[in-house]
Design a protein around this ligand. Sequence first.
Ligand code: RB5
Length: 146
Amino acid sequence: MIALGSDHAAADLRRIVRDYLDENGYDYTDCGTDEAPSDYPVIAEKVCRMIQRGEADTGILLCGTGIGMCMAAGKLHGIRAAVCSETYSAKFTRLHNDANVLCMGARVVGPGLAAEILHAFLDTDFEGGRHQRRIDMIAELEKKPE
Ligand code: RB5
């Protein structure tokens, strides 16, 4: 299951992503929003809580740049979010970082590139091996006192 969300700046891109997911047979929950204006941390939390509760395994978060969504998502335990504006990063953040949230910026990528990025991200599996140790180290950082 994929949890999908955007703020007002990326509502059009969210509809394009929905079309891509429909055409490619993915199950998803649309966490909104169609409100304008809207606050991206609210949507980031909705999508990431679904992952934390085990209701989704992957999140897609869209805002103007993708950056605000990524910053907000990264504050939540167990979330490994990556902003991608090209396909190489989308592929390697799955292979090496086991990213579970893809963030994109509607003011950065066009619809065609967004579809290519989605394909690279959703069709690539985590490589494991030496990369698992580093993922574990990221999780340890969440537990360390300041
Ligand atoms: C909204 O104007 C914009 O700030 C937001 O979509 C996002 O780009 C923030 O990172």
